[in-house]
Design a protein around this ligand. Structure first.
Ligand code: SF4
Length: 239
């Protein structure tokens, strides 16, 4: 994709949503870290329901350690993989207390050293809590980047690196949120909403969903399909 097209895509996403934000609810970097760790294979809505319960009880590393693994697991049990997530969170909280003065570190290596935190989670924290220009490629961004032609790639790391190289600098900090929201609500996996997509004319996807036919035309084509006599030149005569 050429740079002018790429710039136009992000200009439109920016114009439609100048201040994109995560849909996870949080009020501190630590709460965001907890929410992102819990969000693996869970919806943001489901995570928010669980963190509302959890943060009312405990929203610091010390308080979560004091809660203990069993009670933590019980509190977040509406979320998939809650047992292993509870285990990781307790271990991560202990490490935050011991090594980082109970603060969430703003460095990738320190974040990725925390139990339950991988590259994608670290990217989200660095971007959303600290404003770093990182690209946390999830299933939505991976799909949108490939379909549109913005950053085609076979692996999430390949897509991440291409996006970081090619997204215009002025859009880099927010690009991650625009692409996630676009994938979640418009460029959906099974049936992208191409006719209502604001970058439809710039997107390079070959199999865009067509616009619904107008009501009159739809009736006409249904009728013509049923009745051979109504088809143009149905009898096979001269035109
Ligand atoms: S035109 Fe369709 S495939 Fe392309 S970004 Fe929009 S919704 Fe996705």
């Amino acid at each position: 994709m050429n740079p002018a097209k790429r710039h136009e895509i992000f200009s439109r996403l920016h114009a439609a949503n100048p201040h994109p934000a995560t849909e996870l609810e949080y009020s501190t970097p630590f709460e965001l870290l907890v929410a992102v760790v819990l969000s693996a294979q869970a919806t943001d809505k489901g995570v928010n329901l669980a963190t509302r319960r959890l943060f009312a009880l405990a929203n610091t590393p010390e308080a979560i350690c004091a809660l203990g693994e069993a009670r933590l697991a019980e509190t977040i049990k509406t979320i998939g993989l809650y047992r292993s997530k509870a285990k990781h969170l307790i271990a991560a909280c202990q490490m935050l207390i011991e090594r980082h003065g109970s603060q969430v570190p703003a460095e990738r290596a320190a974040l990725e050293a925390l139990p339950g935190v991988g590259r994608k989670t670290a990217n989200v924290i660095l971007n959303t809590a600290f404003g770093h220009p990182t690209m946390a490629v999830d299933t939505h961004i991976f799909r949108v980047a490939n379909r549109t032609g913005l950053a085609p790639g076979k692996t999430v790391l390949e897509v991440e690196k291409k996006l970081l190289r090619t997204v215009p600098e002025e859009f880099l900090v927010d690009a991650h949120h625009w692409l996630i929201l676009h994938g979640r609500y418009v460029c959906q996996a099974r049936k992208p909403k191409c006719p209502e997509c604001l970058i439809e004319d710039l997107c390079e996807y070959k199999y865009k969903t067509p616009a619904a036919p107008e009501a009159g035309k739809q009736k006409h084509s249904a009728r013509t399909a049923r009745s051979p006599t109504l088809r143009p030149n149905a009898g096979g005569g001269k035109r």
